[in-house]
Design a binder for this molecule. Structure first.
Ligand code: GDP
Length: 295
């Protein structure tokens, strides 16, 4: 992943090698290349521009005489800035109350159902929680079945009402069930559409209002580049979600979404999905992602 971007950055840093100091001229050259690399990686134009502006300011502000080689200094500045842009620190999810309610949102195919299973498995095995998975997709029976199969694989109970057409009521009933049976966590998987539409947004907003979740996660396919950012914006405007899950980072993605989403919606990326298997989940580490981008 990110080969293209890291190669380009490396190449542009090479321009600086052998130079005694960072000057306005060589920084400008390098940053032009950095910006192009970011744009090529599908990073939002404004984000890329702000990024290179900040890096330039920081680079020129350095006392280069006492610094390490300018190229190394630039790598550090770009790395630190990338880390900042992606939130700086790892962001935890809020699962303190009992039951804690987590609502999944996102387009169909983004990886919501898979991620619901992954998260349930992770919180069960690592935090000793007892999760309940809830199927709120009333349009596609296959979606309910998919969640049922996942739940079985990880030995976690699953709540569904196959005959109901009301996802709000299903979610409310599931929470009652969780309270009655003492579950720690309720993970609500919702229906998605292939594109943002008013009906879907109304539905998930109604679910949010009815169940007042501790955490709303927006799940997005990292392979979708700029679209990921636009979709994130629309969901955030409507739901004011708490965090982002970036899926399919194992694929041939160029990483633009990881860089842009945080700064465009100002919400942290909390998890990444790195494969189809249920253990292919990681917390999002901005610094590690920056390392990876820089290669
Ligand atoms: P939903 O419609 O949002 O619930 O999406 P699904 O959970 O059904 O996922 C859609 C497809 O993406 C499925 O084939 C999943 O196996 C696949 N998928 C989900 N997460 C990942 C991931 O992190 N990496 C890869 N390679 N595939 C994933």
């Amino acid at each position: 992943m990110f080969d293209n971007l890291s190669e380009r950055l490396e190449r542009s840093f090479k321009i600086l090698k052998g130079e005694g100091k960072i000057t306005e001229i060589n920084v400008a050259e390098t940053l032009k290349d950095v910006r192009k690399a970011l744009l090529d990686a599908d990073v939002n134009y404004k984000v890329a521009k702000n990024f290179t502006d900040t890096v330039k300011e920081k680079a020129l502000g350095q006392n280069v005489l006492t610094a390490v080689k300018p190229s190394q200094l630039m790598v550090k500045i770009v790395h630190d800035e990338l880390t900042q842009l992606m939130g700086g620190e790892t962001s935890e999810i809020n699962i303190d109350s009992k039951p804690a309610v987590i609502l999944m949102s996102g387009l169909q195919g983004s990886g919501k159902t898979t991620f619901s299973g992954k998260l349930a498995r992770m919180l069960k095995s690592k935090k000793n929680k007892r999760p309940l998975l809830v199927a709120c997709d009333v349009y596609r029976p296959a979606a309910i079945e998919q969640l049922r199969v996942l739940a079985e694989q990880i030995d976690v109970p699953m709540y569904s009402e196959p005959d109901s057409k009301n996802p709000v009521v299903i979610a409310q009933n599931a929470i009652q069930e969780a309270k009655a049976k003492g579950y720690d966590l309720v993970i609500v998987d919702t229906a998605g559409r292939l594109a943002v539409d008013e009906e879907m947004m109304n539905e998930i907003a109604a679910i949010k209002q009815a169940i007042n979740p501790n955490e709303i996660l927006f799940v997005v396919d990292s392979m979708t580049g700029q679209d990921a950012v636009n979709t994130a914006k629309e969901f955030n405007e409507r739901l004011d979600f708490n965090g982002v899950v970036l899926t399919k980072l194992d694929g041939d993605t160029r990483g633009g979404a990881a860089l842009s989403i945080r700064s465009v919606v100002d919400k942290p990326i909390k998890f990444v999905g790195t494969g189809e298997k249920l253990d292919a989940i990681d917390q999002f580490h901005p610094s590690r992602m920056a390392d990876r981008i820089l290669g």
